[in-house]
Design a protein around this ligand. Structure first.
Ligand code: HEC
Ligand code: HEC
Ligand code: HEC
Ligand code: HEC
Ligand code: HEC
Length: 451
């Protein structure tokens, strides 16, 4: 027999056990949650096989050179240094647009920096892993080999040229020529040097709904089946001594290091160097035809063995056609674009693509009007940054810290948004064409503002 009081004791014990187990479960649950949330996961595990997920390891001082900074390389390789200094690579950190985008709360900064300042010596901290594999929660420790001067150098010489020997643990230079007599250790591997471009310029990866990396220049080049490398166009060949004259070294095959692409430099004072360092438009105006009712403008991608435009999805070409009367007054205007079109929210996706693959043509057909047009002026403008995008960047400059904030605020004046790269005047009657020389266009570009 069980008395009433015995039953209530039993109930109480049962209840107590339930409470205890519930409490234990709760503690276990919280511990598992905290453990999982705080545990550090290796970057390789989160981004397997991704070169850009990690910087190049800390590089010890290079024998015969010292710290592997571009400035030190430049004390002997003076001309190459002077060219590189004017390149987009050298400006990859100081770029006003980059600083504005980097400062956005939605940017996983360390990932951006892995391609824009890619050597560990350029970074204040070493990232040992990611909390719970979350790329917004890197675990960072101070980097004893941090070099502030090298940080400012962006895609510095060592990005492509310096590595650590796995046995001796010493730094060496990767060269391409062979048969030279440098004061620093060198290993010749031209292929590795040339293929390095793909690590940064050929990547498509969706990080999250609104952060997508979409650079397919390498894939585009490979699909043309040509034997050209990126360097054959972006590092034009030149014969010269590869070091300063006082070292009395022979004239060799060398390559300009200006890495010119779109001809839209990062600052206005770099315009005068674009053509000297190898700029040439990828597109060519192959034909203007004016018939009774139609005007046809044909543009061919003749000089770039990849799409025009390539790389950053926000770049595009603006094509303008203006009809002029006998007195040179504009009486007709038309405009179109060549490029990709993306919609960024709520989910990033490509919604249009009119780019020109290598060897192909873009045909722009327009209806002829009844206006008394005697000539047409055609212009092609390569746009890096739209006016509305820089408006937005100026509005959100509060995220950016000094000294870049002041630059973002003034970016309409400081940052070239676009370049005029083709201009041609076509007379209907004589069917003759007069193209403005590239040198003249680049003088004008230095004074143009906006898109
Ligand atoms: C003290 C002078 C000096 C410094 C500093 C220096 N170099 Fe050199 N480097 C040379 C000389 C000399 C040669 C050989 C020139 C020759 O024989 O024509 C050379 C050759 C090279 C070559 C070509 C090797 C080949 O055979 O293809 C590369 C690449 C190179 N250096 C890169 C660098 C880099 C990168 C740095 C900086 C990290 C650097 N150098 C710093 C003097 C220097
Ligand atoms: C995989 C390497 C890589 C990563 C990661 C990367 N970038 Fe870049 N970035 C590039 C390359 C390559 C270019 C040049 C592309 C071109 O010129 O078309 C570039 C260009 C840019 C430009 C200039 C665009 C222009 O048209 O001039 C900005 C701004 C920029 N990146 C911002 C960022 C930000 C912000 C992040 C991080 C969210 C980031 N990048 C991460 C490789 C990278
Ligand atoms: C570590 C990453 C990295 C590597 C490796 C790299 N680049 Fe770049 N490159 C960049 C970034 C980042 C930019 C854009 C910087 C910016 O706009 O602020 C850029 C810009 C350029 C541009 C200028 C495009 C323009 O018109 O603005 C050219 C051309 C270029 N790279 C060619 C090359 C070539 C050729 C190679 C190989 C020899 C190479 N790059 C290797 C990261 C890289
Ligand atoms: C984005 C990658 C990249 C960067 C950055 C870079 N180089 Fe090069 N460099 C190359 C490539 C690729 C070659 C070989 C080109 C070939 O042989 O087709 C080369 C060749 C050389 C050579 C051999 C001679 C010649 O001109 O071909 C020297 C010397 C050299 N680089 C020095 C430097 C110095 C110094 C810096 C920095 C001021 C630098 N490079 C920055 C990619 C780079
Ligand atoms: C046959 C020559 C040629 C080869 C090979 C080539 N490029 Fe280009 N590239 C050009 C020309 C010309 C332009 C200028 C296009 C324009 O603005 O009309 C250009 C533009 C660019 C730009 C600026 C973005 C743009 O759309 O203007 C980048 C970035 C670039 N190239 C990277 C590369 C990389 C990376 C490789 C190798 C995978 C490569 N290029 C191979 C000729 C070449």
């Amino acid at each position: 027999m069980v008395s009433r009081s015995e039953t209530s004791v039993g109930n109480w014990k049962l209840k107590r056990n339930i409470y205890i187990s519930f409490f234990l479960f709760l503690v276990l649950g919280i511990s598992i949650y905290l453990y999982r949330n705080q545990r550090e996961i290796a970057i390789e595990q989160v981004f397997p096989g991704k070169v850009w997920a990690k910087p190049i390891e800390n590089l010890p001082n290079l024998k015969g050179v010292g710290a592997p900074t571009a400035k030190n390389c430049g004390s002997c390789h003076t001309e190459i240094y002077e060219e590189w200094k004017r390149s987009t690579h050298a400006n990859a950190l100081s770029d006003i647009q980059f600083q504005s985008e980097l400062a956005k709360p939605s940017s996983p900064k360390w990932i951006c920096l892995n391609c824009h300042i890619p050597v560990q010596n350029q970074r204040e901290t070493i990232i040992t892993g990611l909390k719970n594999g979350d790329y917004f929660r890197p675990v960072e420790i101070p980097n004893p080999s941090f070099n502030a001067e090298m940080k400012a150098e962006g895609v510095t010489c060592a990005t492509c040229h310096v590595r650590v020997d796995s046995e001796s643990k010493e730094s060496y230079v990767i060269g391409a020529l062979g048969g030279t007599s440098p004061p620093h250790p060198v290993k010749i591997d031209r292929k590795q040097l040339q293929e390095r471009c793909y690590d940064c310029h050929n990547e498509t990866y969706t990080l999250n709904e609104s952060l997508v990396c979409s650079f397919q220049t390498g894939t585009e080049l490979l699909s043309t089946k040509s034997n050209e490398s990126c360097s054959s166009c972006h590092q034009p060949e030149v014969r010269r001594s590869i070091v300063k004259p006082s070292l009395h070294k022979p004239i060799r095959k060398s390559h300009k290091h200006g890495f010119i692409g779109a001809g839209v430099p990062k600052t206005f004072d770099l315009y005068p160097d674009q053509i000297r360092l190898g700029y040439k438009p990828g597109i060519v105006l192959t034909e203007i035809k004016v018939e009774k009712n139609t005007i046809e403008v044909q543009i061919g991608n003749i000089n770039a063995n990849h799409h025009v435009t390539t790389g950053d999805p926000e770049r595009f070409y603006r094509l303008l056609l203006v009809g002029l009367d006998r007195d040179g007054h504009s009486i007709f205007n038309a405009e179109t674009t060549i490029g990709q079109e993306w919609s960024w929210s709520p989910v990033a996706k490509k919604v249009g693509d009119t780019r020109i693959p290598f060897g192909e043509k873009f045909v722009w057909k327009l209806k002829q009007s009844d206006l008394p047009i005697v000539s047409f002026k055609f212009q092609a403008i390569h746009v890096r940054l739209k006016n509305i995008t820089s408006d937005y960047m100026i509005q959100s400059s509060g995220y950016v810290s000094s000294p870049y904030r002041e630059k973002v605020e003034k970016m309409k004046d400081l940052y070239p948004h676009s370049s005029l790269v083709i201009e041609s005047l076509y007379h209907i009657n004589s069917k003759s064409r007069k193209d403005t020389p590239l040198e003249e266009l680049f003088k004008r570009n230095q004074l143009r503002k906006g898109e």
